[in-house]
Design a binder for this molecule. Structure first.
Ligand code: ADP
Length: 196
């Protein structure tokens, strides 16, 4: 059953913004809350946007094999709990995940029968630069590293099932809504948390 829906994109493309929009539109859909050691941004809520944990706790989760995948993204660790995925599979829940590109590819490999993947691209490299600057959450140096990684990550877009360009936010959101609805319709036979 294809019930793990992964939304992924290079940093600054707008995946968090799009996911927030989708969460508002489909409040009934389950969300995978990642663990991270990254600092909490002012607009984020612990336990809702991420489970913000210390490096020490994260290392314990790795050691205890609690994570299905984990990544070092620009010096911060991000991971997905195995339990979240296994519960969703067992209970036939439609689960949305927001993941970095490497994490998305890893989960696709680990759960090939359960995943559908969506890759978000920026309208242009210039737009991406502007967005990262405007977001104002990282230093110039960190932004440079993210932009460099973009060139590598964009090569993976063909591995994803869908590609959406996030140019005008409302249009990109609508495209995402259409895909989510399509998946719900196609796979409606079993989802326990979705009624159409
Ligand atoms: P990501 O989660 O992929 O790193 P964010 O969602 O944090 O990206 O978005 C990066 C910045 O770009 C944010 O400041 C956000 O408000 C802005 N942004 C997102 N989508 C758009 C869009 N379609 N047009 C203009 N700015 C956008």
């Amino acid at each position: 059953m294809k019930n793990l829906i992964i939304i992924s994109a290079p940093s600054g493309t707008g995946k968090t913004t799009l996911c927030k929009g989708i969460r508002k539109i489909f409040p009934e859909i389950n969300w995978s809350i990642s663990y991270t050691t990254r600092f909490k941004r002012p607009n984020e809520i612990d336990g809702k946007d991420y489970n913000f944990i210390s490096r020490n706790t994260f290392d314990k989760h790795i050691k205890n094999k609690k994570l299905a995948e984990w990544e070092n993204v620009y010096g911060s660790l991000y991971g997905t709990a195995k339990k979240t995925l296994n519960d969703a599979i067992k209970e036939k829940l439609f689960l949305l995940l927001e993941l970095d590109v490497k994490g998305a590819l890893k989960l696709k490999k680990l759960y090939p029968k359960n995943t559908i993947s969506i890759f978000i691209i920026p309208p242009s490299f210039e737009d991406l630069k502007k967005r990262l600057k405007l977001r104002n959450t990282e230093s110039e140096d960190v932004i440079k590293i993210r932009l460099k990684r973009f060139e590598e990550e964009i090569n993976y877009k063909s591995k994803f099932d869908y590609i959406i360009s996030n140019d005008i936010l409302d249009i990109a959101t609508n495209e995402l809504v259409k895909i989510v609805k399509q998946i719900r319709r196609d796979k409606n036979n079993g989802f326990k948390n979705i009624t159409i």
